[in-house]
Structures are given as C-alpha cells and as structure tokens.
Design a protein. Sequence first.
Length: 373
Amino acid sequence: MTDQHRPESADAPASPLAGRTINFGSGGGAPFGGLSVIGGDLAGGDAPADEPLGDGLPTETRVLIIGSGPAGLTAAIYAARANLEPVVLGGSTPGGQLMLTSEIENFPGFPEGVDGPELMNRFRAQAERFGARFHDFDVDRVDLSARPFRAWARGLEFRGQTLILATGASALWLNLESEQRLRGRGVSACATCDGFFFRDKEIAVVGGGDSAMEEANYLTRFATKVHLIHRRDGFRASKIMIDRTYGNPKIEVHTNTEVAEVLGGEFVDGLRLRDPRDDSERVLPLEGLFIAIGHRPNTDVFRDWLETDDKGYLMPHEHTASRIPGVFIAGDVADHRYRQAITAAGDGARAALDAERWLESEGVIEHVAQAAW
C-alpha cells in the first residue's frame, strides 16, 4: 500500500511516508516492527537506503534517541528546545505504529480527528524546527558499557552522552495477507483507539487472554454484537474475565475457531472461519476485526544490557531512568498497560527532562532554570 489514503491540503505538511510503498511483515525480525519502506526520500533529508551517505552526518550528541513514535518525537522536541541538539535514530519506518492508523480522535487538540501519519509528521516537524536531527536507520546493536553510549546503524557508529530508548512495541498479527490489506479499513489492534468507529456494527475480537476479553467487553459499549474468536478450547485468561465475558449478553464466544481469511474489498465485510479439529469452514458476516493476541516490545538490541520483565518489556528503575546512569526509557517499550499515543508522549517528555537534569548533574551542561522547560 502507499500512504495516499487522504489528500493533503496545500498548507498541510506531507506525510513522511507519502508516495512510498509499505510492506507488512510479522514484526519478528525488524527492530521497530515488521515493516519495510521502498522508494521515496525520507522526511529527514537522509539518503535513500540503497544510496551511500554523504559527508557531514552528525554522529555525536548529548542526547541520542532511538525510536520515532510519540515517545521518541516528544523527547526530541523537549531536548531540542533545551538546546541539546538531539540525534534521533528513527528506524526504517519513521513515526512508529501511528503511521498505520487512519484516524485518531482521542489525541488532544484535534476536535475533528487527525490521521496518524499527519500527527506524526507534525511531531517531527516541531522537533526539527528546534534543531533535532533525524536519521531513519534501524539500530543493529548498542554498547552501554560506558559513556558516550554507542549505537550502530547502517554501518555507522552514533554516540550520545545520554540515551533515550523509545522503540515502542509492535502488535502481534495473524499474518494473513487479507488482514494486512485491510488494516485501518476494519482491522485494528487497539479497541481503545478505534472502538468508537464501530458503533452499531457487528464485530469480532481474536484472542484468548485477559486483553482479548477486556477488549471484547469494552467494545460492547459500541457494537451491537461482539464475537470472541479463540483457536483453542480453553482460555489463558483469568477466571473473572472468563466469567465476565460469558455473562455479557452482547458477546458470543467461538472456541476451536481460527480466522482463515478476512473478507472484504475496500472494507471488512466478514470472516472465513476454520475449525482446526476437522478443517471445516464457515463465513461470518461482520464489519470489524480486532486482533488481541499480544504485543512484542522492540527490545532485542537492548536485552543484553537492560532489565526486562517476563514479557520482554524494559523496566525503568526510577522514573524514566534505567539502572545504567544516563540511559532513559520512554513509551510502549516499557508500557504494556496503556499503550496510548498520549501516554507515550508524556513518557517522552519525562525522559527528556530526566536526561537534561542528569547531564546537569554530571556537569556536561550548565544548570537551566525549570521555567525554561
């Protein structure tokens, strides 16, 4: 697909992905999610991935930020306004998961809603206005053993006196071609973000854990009926959530059921379901599908250096600080509870402020009055 779902007005900033082709993958191998981008110039002015870099690329900074979703971009705005000239390694798909969201209605300041790509481009333009420098490279490895902290991307070594990790988490998907084709057109991985759009519609949720059941119950506020689809006979969800789900008259539970195909042309209009016990199939007409089979934090390159919980999320030690002095954590890379753009942005602001104060405490920069923030 290309980022051409909405015409841009004459004075609106272009999307960082405008005119480029997006390939959807499983998310397992890419540091910032299972996406790759083909063709077109990157918004930050870097050379395309298949061309050599020019001279003068800034590789040393007081604040090095890895990730360019709401957390990373907000951290860049705050750090840039503090004259710290941050360098952002944004990944091969700049903007994070919101680049795949067609419309956002719960981000403050946009009463008519805003497209995800447009919102992320505005974040980025604001950071660039204050001097943040962007390079849309995936990070291959890091060395956090001493300052300056080092990160390698595209064969280059970047160094930062402080490091903010904001690589986010990627939703797990069913890996169906039809699912990827209809993402943002009836297929979603965020009930809180998109549930409102399915008012008075019949929809489905896929998953068997607490998150899936929480989303199914939440979506009954809007939908006329919610089908909960799970491939096994039993659930891994807690008993209280199972009881609540079976007790909700607007939820119909389908066990021993897999989604074989998401049906629809421009928008979802049904599911082709399969019983794994005998491979029998049936069609279920509906207008929306929510995938709730989990998220995968983008932490692979950091796991040798920082603590993670049992789900793989980074664990801040105090506020946004990690156990390594000078390394800070922000956004969904550490948050498996909220996973919202607004909470990630708040984390990014906190991390930038914490990094600035830490640089002051180390004598790298002079003290700045809090009013200046």
